[in-house]
Design a protein around this ligand. Structure first.
Ligand code: SF4
Length: 541
């Protein structure tokens, strides 16, 4: 069990007022399966915690892997916010430290109801389904209060009754009330059905459609970005790159009105001068230029500004000069590939000329560095496409001499609810990353590949089904290394499909998906249509 370190919590400056819990309030633990510094830098964690702490019928304590607030001896509810797939290991450890069975099926009335949420669980909860009593699918703004109200209404009932009651709330998924069958013990999923007619057959991810987006509820020097105040400027992204879960899973694109953004920023700047603007594509905000004008007023000269990655063709002089004025040295753009054909495959509406213009503007605006993000192993990629990426980086270097260039590169990983969910991780990506490394580093361009092995594990979890939960526990017991993954697959041979099935195989489009019972923003037919649009740009053999 982590230790309680009060001074860390005492350094927090709150932007909301927690209420004093009523007598007899429900004892709740809200946990983040990583350290305090990581957890408190998650805007989602901050916002849910503030929601819980403002309900007088709840008495909430926070728990991280390193520190915690004083914990109730008999919690009735345990929440876990999962932002990163491999943090599941810490979920298991936290459950054990609280003496709660890791398997939902082994919990009884003396155990809390364990609920989880966040993008990892919303996209595909199945590999983790056996650890959770409840998974919240979608936006907290619409889900959380409805879930908590139903939870409170069922207080005093036995566990099965409570879970059945909760399963009636839209977007609240109770995995134990659904049964999965497989075409063979090591074959694909065949069916996913509720255990009886009283349970909804289909679940819908819940979408918040209001225009007040999230803002920090706490500022602390212990955050990963010291004293950062975060403001969500937009939610989702209208670009719809075919691989992108940040766009497809959170559609439609929504923007916070400028007046509410300004009011939120003023509130934050009363506590700190460090401001982070968040969102998948913040420069797509229709009034983004006005927001920059507002930040460029003299009274904001001491504000340090951090931006999430921005759309390449919005990197103009106004943006780069604003960043320079507010203490940033670099800007980050995601270009995916130097090949225009591949960019058409992924639906990245970007010309090489736009990338070069972004570099020129970065330099002219006073920035010293430009970070580009790319990807290897995109469906339809051929070796010549990697050569095009090298050529593009050379062009950028030539156009903006002296600008420090970094190319970060990941491997394509299929994500649920995107048009590329049927494609596997291309094993050739490992070699292609090495090719880029050799070519770019020899020209003095900083190349930072993401671990290929990590992408394989991500792919496994992204397309996993319930058979993986036993596997994941085994991996954890063996030490959570790549060797442990291989050993656990060997041990469970015959009880689940091989690694290549989950990770590398292209799945037939008529094969049932492990998440078929969960509706995302777009129907499968639309995703298939978008996939066809991509295939139209594949090379002809
Ligand atoms: S522009 Fe970025 S955030 Fe938007 S869809 Fe493409 S990859 Fe996703």
């Amino acid at each position: 069990m982590p230790t309680a370190i009060a001074p860390t919590f005492a350094e927090e400056r709150l932007l909301f007022t927690p209420v004093t819990p009523d007598d007899g309030a429900t004892p709740v633990i809200f946990a983040f399966p990583n350290t305090y510094s990581v957890g408190i830098t998650s805007l989602g964690y901050q916002v849910v915690w503030a929601t819980l702490a403002q309900r007088p019928d709840l008495a909430v304590s926070r728990l991280f892997t390193d520190i915690h607030e004083p914990l109730p001896s008999q919690p009735e509810l345990l929440g876990l916010s999962l932002s990163w797939e491999l943090d599941y290991v810490n979920i298991l450890t936290l459950l054990e430290s609280l003496e709660i069975p890791i398997w939902a099926a082994e919990r009884d009335d003396s155990d809390p109801i364990v609920f989880g949420g966040g993008p990892v669980l919303t996209a595909n909860p199945e590999p983790f389904a056996a650890f959770f009593d409840v998974v919240l699918l979608g936006d907290g703004e619409v889900l959380l209060e409805a879930f908590l109200d139903a939870f409170q209404e069922s207080r005093g009932c036995d566990r099965p009754t409570r879970l059945r009651r909760l399963a009636q709330v839209p977007g609240v998924y109770v995995p134990s009330l659904y049964q999965v069958t497989y075409s063979a013990p090591d074959g694909p999923v065949a069916t996913i059905q509720p255990i009886d007619s009283g349970i909804p057959t289909h679940l819908e991810k819940q979408t918040y459609r209001g225009d007040h987006l999230s803002t920090s509820t706490v500022v602390t020097p212990q955050a990963a970005w010291e004293n950062i105040y975060m403001v969500e400027v937009v939610r989702s992204c209208p670009e719809m790159c075919r691989f992108c879960m940040a766009s497809y899973l959170t559609l439609p694109f929504r923007v916070a009105p400028i007046n509410s953004l300004v009011a939120a920023i003023e509130k934050g700047l009363a506590k700190t001068s460090r401001l982070g603007l968040l969102g998948a594509s913040i420069t797509q905000h229709p009034e983004f230029a006005d927001l920059l004008d507002y930040l460029n007023q003299p009274q904001h000269d001491d504000v340090r500004l951090s931006l999430a990655s921005v759309r390449t063709n919005t990197v103009n002089r106004q943006l780069t000069e604003t960043l320079t004025r507010h203490g940033s040295r670099s800007v980050t753009i995601a270009v995916e590939s130097g090949s225009e054909r591949l960019r058409r495959i992924v639906n990245k509406k970007l010309e090489t000329a736009d990338i070069i213009a972004a570099a020129v503007n970065a330099k002219a605006g006073g920035l010293s560095a430009l970070k580009l993000y790319g990807m290897a192993g995109i469906p339809g990629e051929v070796p010549e496409d990697l050569e095009a990426t090298v050529a593009m980086m050379q062009q950028v270097k030539k156009a903006a001499p002296g600008l420090r260039l970094t190319l970060g590169c990941s491997t394509f990983v299929p994500k649920a609810h995107t048009p590329f969910q049927w494609y596997g991780v291309n094993p050739a990506a490992e070699k292609r990353l090495k090719f880029l490394q050799k070519q770019l580093r020899s020209q003095g361009i900083d190349f930072r590949p993401e671990s290929y092995n990590w992408s394989v594990m991500q792919g496994l979890i992204a397309r996993g089904d319930r058979r993986l939960s036993k596997f994941l526990v085994q991996v954890r017991d063996y030490g959570d290394s790549l060797g442990s993954y291989k050993r656990a697959f060997k041990d469970l041979k015959g009880q689940l499909p091989p690694l290549s099935f989950y990770v590398h195989d292209d799945w037939p489009v008529d094969q049932p998906l492990p998440w078929d019972h969960i509706g995302g923003p777009l129907p499968k037919g639309t995703l298939l249509k978008h996939r066809e649009d991509a295939i139209a740009h594949f090379p002809t053999l």
